[in-house]
Design a protein around this ligand. Structure first.
Ligand SMILES: Nc1ncnc2c1ncn2[C@@H]1O[C@H](COP(=O)(O)OP(=O)(O)O)[C@@H](O)[C@H]1O
Ligand SMILES: [Mg+2]
Length: 259
């Protein structure tokens, strides 16, 4: 279970607002994630789940509210409603605490598996090449893909690509992993291997925020399940409780539809 000591939350999002043009995509989303906690976000397509995740690591900018990572504010909104970000160098340092895994893997197609893994540690963290390779090899072994070290992504199955993407994110030694529908682009027979890798990470007490349609994963691996609909986070409860009674009509209807 997550630590519920007096420690600061790993993720503390308060009243996060985001609009694209006239469309309000996030209408004040509040969520905290504790160290070692696994939170699954579920909800219908278009409800703002990806946008919320992207706001946490500054792939999108927020228009209101605040985002604080391990006690350090990325962005906050003043009493006049003006939203501001910390300076760029701070922003990069704080965002580096978060690794992200996308639905479509986003591997570099022109780089081998190993090169995909060592690129950011060498370029961003200025790690020595040998050390980066050693770390990458350890992580490839961890996701069971040592044999694919010198292959190009095009030669891998979807499940293998996603496990490489997870290893690549881990190479940056994040404190938090964000997953945006990591198995949605996979054939059903390939989702299991990716979910197993994620479950192992959870067992190692990685802090994880996972947007997913995998109700089995949400029920069995997540500590907390949150439901989003139409730009709002309408319910967040311990997984067991959530599946017994999400405490919200729209969440109930969604569950009924999914299960
Ligand atoms: N870059 C963007 N520009 C304009 N609209 C966007 C952009 N990204 C997302 N949206 C819109 O925001 C809404 C929420 O999208 P998204 O966060 O992707 O939802 P979900 O991940 O829950 O399916 C959708 O209506 C989507 O079309
Ligand atoms: Mg999405």
């Amino acid at each position: 279970m997550p630590d519920s000591t007096s420690e600061l939350p790993m993720i503390d999002a308060k009243g996060v607002k985001k609009h694209f043009g006239h469309q309000e995509v996030l209408r004040g989303v509040t969520l905290q994630v504790a160290r070692g906690e696994v939170v699954a976000i579920i909800g219908p397509s278009g409800s703002g789940k990806s946008t919320f995740l992207r706001c946490l690591n500054h792939l999108e900018t927020i228009d209101g509210g605040s985002v604080t990572i391990e006690g350090e504010a990325l962005a906050r909104t003043d009493a006049q409603g003006r939203c501001s970000y910390v300076p760029d160098a701070e922003l990069r340092r704080i965002c580096a605490k978060m690794g992200m895994v996308f639905q479509h893997f986003n591997l570099f197609p022109h780089l081998t598996v190993l090169e995909n893994l060592i690129e950011a540690p060498i370029v961003v963290q200025r790690m020595a090449r040998d050390a980066a390779i050693a770390r990458a090899e350890t992580l490839l072994a961890k996701v069971g893909l040592s044999a694919k070290r010198d292959n190009y992504p095009a030669r891998l199955s979807g499940g293998q690509k996603q496990r490489v993407a997870i290893a690549r994110a881990l190479c940056m030694q994040p404190d938090i992993m964000l997953f945006d529908e990591p198995t949605s682009a996979l054939d059903p027979e390939l989702t299991g291997e990716v979910l197993r890798t994620m479950r192992e990470l959870a067992d190692e007490r990685m802090t994880m925020l996972v947007v997913t349609h995998e109700m089995g994963f949400a029920r069995e691996v997540a500590h907390t399940v949150a439901f989003m609909d139409q730009g709002e986070l309408l319910a967040a409860r311990p997984a067991r409780e959530f599946f017994a009674d999400p405490g919200n009509e729209r969440a109930q209807a969604f569950l009924h539809h999914m299960l």
